[in-house]
Design a protein around this ligand. Structure first.
Ligand SMILES: Nc1nc2c(ncn2[C@@H]2O[C@H](COP(=O)(O)OP(=O)(O)O)[C@@H](O)[C@H]2O)c(=O)[nH]1
Ligand SMILES: [Mg+2]
Length: 345
């Protein structure tokens, strides 16, 4: 039996919409108060079937189904497919339910308007994600001269490597006036790593081992230069954390939160909560090459309202860095989940 759901603020209204869609012989199978996630479509849901002949009555020419799924899958079941597909991508249940609801109302709109050909489940999810994923434009050093940008994030997340990749991409064409500030010098060895990179890439590096040190550098910015500040992790800031936070909030034009995509969702959520103190403008996810569940990381950033700026897919400088687009984020969510499914076979 081909079942379809219709919604309205009264059962009569929902039935009227079923008859418009299926014809005057639309038969009511069941009716109920709409579940919370479908309430935006109407107070009541009626489940109807087509006339026994299978041909919608009142329609002159049956529409040619462009793709099978929407026409053949009954709607409540479809909502469940969408929800489970989103869980498979790694999204946490409440976000998955909201995105599934949005994807399903897209399907309903397509069904009622018949302007667009019906979409597959993945295409509906992609459209719904695209409406939610925000990205920032790739950084251009030319528009940042005289300013300072900072990378913040937990230790080992890839801040120094990201900063070096960014500078190396800028330096590729012609020399870009970039000066590095290794403010993560509280961790032995990390300043050394940046110095090594600077020797290869020919950009100057200064060390700032305390908030007053960094404050001094920030009060005298050169108008023909861009400062990239590589900061310590919150834990390494220790008792000086509030001083670092104040200084970074006040003196730095743009802050990027660098997070590894390999963390468990609950750890990532906790981490994002802590680093929001720095008021990051965007998030750069690293280690995409090492995760089979990018959806769970992307979901946490979506929930925190953070736009995506860059994706890092490996340690190579600068090849493994790309500017994020809504498409690349969504592709990465689908690709990494496929990788997990394949490795489980
Ligand atoms: N596989 C992989 N390794 C990365 C990536 N980004 C950085 N790394 C490596 O992660 C380690 C820590 O990076 P680092 O930039 O020092 O982290 P920081 O402590 O946040 O500055 C280094 O060995 C990097 O080469 C990435 O996207 N994928
Ligand atoms: Mg570092």
């Amino acid at each position: 039996m081909d079942l379809q759901s219709f919604f309205g603020d009264t059962v009569q209204e929902a039935m009227a919409s079923a008859r418009r869609e299926l014809g005057a012989d639309a038969a009511l199978v069941s009716s109920r108060k709409a579940g919370a996630e479908w309430r935006h479509l109407g107070e009541f849901e009626v489940v109807c079937t087509m006339s026994t002949s299978g041909t919608p009555v009142g329609r002159q020419t049956p529409p040619a189904p462009a793709a099978a799924p929407l026409e053949q899958t009954d709607q409540p079941q479809r909502a469940s497919y969408l929800f489970h597909r989103l869980l498979e991508l790694g999204l946490e249940a409440s976000l998955a339910a909201r995105i599934a609801a949005g994807a399903r109302s897209r399907a309903m709109k397509q069904l009622t308007s018949r302007l667009d050909p019906p979409s597959t489940d993945d295409a509906l999810i992609r459209s719904e994600l695209k409406a939610r994923v925000r990205t920032t434009a790739p950084l251009q050093w030319q528009s940042l001269l005289g300013q300072a940008i900072a990378m913040v994030g937990p230790s080992g997340s890839g801040k120094t490597t990201f900063a070096a990749k960014l500078a190396a991409q800028w330096l590729r064409g012609k020399p870009a006036p970039v000066r590095f500030v290794a403010a993560d010098g509280v961790i032995p060895g990390s300043t050394g790593k940046l110095r090594l990179l600077s020797a290869v890439m020919h950009f100057p590096v200064e060390a700032a081992v305390s908030p007053p040190d960094l404050a001094r550098l920030l009060t005298t910015p050169r108008q023909d230069e861009l400062l990239i500040i590589d900061t310590p992790s919150l834990d390494a800031m220790g008792n000086e954390a509030s001083q670092w936070i104040r200084l970074i909030n006040k003196g730095i034009h743009l802050v990027i939160l660098v997070l590894p995509a390999v963390l468990k969702p609950e750890d990532l959520q906790w981490m994002i909560g802590r680093y929001l103190a720095f008021q990051p403008a965007s998030v750069c996810f690293t280690r995409l090459d090492e995760t089979g569940r990018f959806g769970s990381s992307a979901g946490e950033a979506l929930e925190a309202g953070l736009p995506f700026s860059y994706l890092s897919r490996g340690p190579r400088i600068p090849e493994d860095l790309e500017a994020a687009t809504a498409e690349s984020i969504i592709d990465a969510m689908f690709r990494s989940s496929r990788r997990t499914a394949e490795s489980c076979r």
